[in-house]
Design a binder for this molecule. Structure first.
Ligand SMILES: Nc1ncnc2c1ncn2[C@@H]1O[C@H](COP(=O)(O)OP(=O)(O)OP(=O)(O)O)[C@@H](O)[C@H]1O
Length: 279
């Protein structure tokens, strides 16, 4: 990806109501160009809704500014060139080939009624290579595994050469090797090409390893935001997730969040004595 101007994203007082229920309540957060902001929080906290608001996919009160412009004021094509969104559960046309689908990522760069040219095919192939799906280029989407499909959707987003990548649980279906590959790739793009990244991530250790800034949401509100070390504390995680965890500094200095087991099974049961165990 060529070096292009970096693009900040700022969310100010964003509120969303869905089916008459408040889902986000005056949420504010910001990420500088080339930064990585991870949205964390329990199920139903509002992470997906916030990322969809940033992508212009749900109506909201408040403002989302991308670069110098208010996102709502942009034409869809202009927004699609700047921002690429990878949904948590994409609906894929089953009969398209991987290559046809990834080429759709070039649509915002094509003139009306124009067909993709050599440059577009090269960008699509580079994106497929990056997430290790080029070998499936001719295969129909219906014939891919869940993790292969997830990588194909990321390839389509990268093929658009966006300045901001919005990723909703991008690695939920990936094995540990492909998870690392995708996260390292995204991290490399932001470091080398100034891509701005906003992602939701459930794995708190992974969120702290890759993002430079975390926003912890609960009940549609921001509970905490800041560096991984400031947000990933045992007290905060226990109060928001009702989870018992240990937080320790990892080898690279980032917090490692490990769930603590209740010895002996359900709370209140005494731990099993060594003599009771088989063998
Ligand atoms: N279309 C909708 N109509 C009404 N309520 C909705 C709608 N979409 C989402 N919600 C509700 O909004 C809340 C936030 O949902 P959202 O998907 O943003 O949460 P999330 O933090 O991404 O959760 P998860 O971790 O489970 O993916 C949830 O309580 C959800 O039930």
């Amino acid at each position: 990806m060529a070096a292009l101007p970096v693009t900040d994203v700022r969310v100010a007082d964003v509120s969303v109501i869905l089916d008459r229920a408040p889902v986000l309540d005056a949420v504010s957060c910001a990420v500088s160009g080339g930064g990585w902001l991870a949205l964390i929080g329990p199920n139903g906290a509002g992470k997906t809704t916030l990322i969809r608001a940033m992508a212009g996919l749900v109506p909201y009160a408040g403002t989302v500014t991308v670069g110098a412009a208010e996102a709502r004021a942009m034409r869809p094509r202009e927004r699609a060139r700047l921002l690429a969104y990878v949904p948590q559960e994409p609906v894929l046309p089953p009969d398209l080939s991987v290559e046809q689908y990834v080429l759709l990522g070039r649509t915002p760069h094509l003139g009306y009624l124009a067909v993709p040219g050599g440059h577009d095919r090269r960008r699509a192939h580079a994106a497929m290579e990056r997430v290790d799906v080029a070998r499936f280029a001719a295969r129909r989407l219906a014939r891919l595994s869940g993790g292969e499909r997830q990588r194909v959707v990321i390839a389509r987003a990268l093929a658009a050469d966006p300045r901001v990548l919005l990723l909703d649980e991008p690695t939920s279906m990936l094995d540990v090797g492909h998870e690392q590959q995708v996260l390292e790739l995204v991290d490399g793009l932001r470091r080398e090409a100034g891509l701005t990244v906003v992602s939701t991530l459930h794995d708190l250790t992974v969120a702290g390893q890759y993002a430079d800034q975390l926003v912890l949401l609960d009940g549609g509100r921001v509970v905490a935001s800041g560096s991984p070390a400031a947000v990933l504390t045992e007290a905060l995680i226990e109060s928001v997730y009702s989870a018992r965890v240990r937080v320790m500094p990892g080898d690279d200095g980032h917090p490692v969040v490990a769930p603590v087991r209740h010895p002996g099974g359900p709370a209140g049961a005494p731990p099993a004595a060594a003599a009771d165990l088989p063998g």
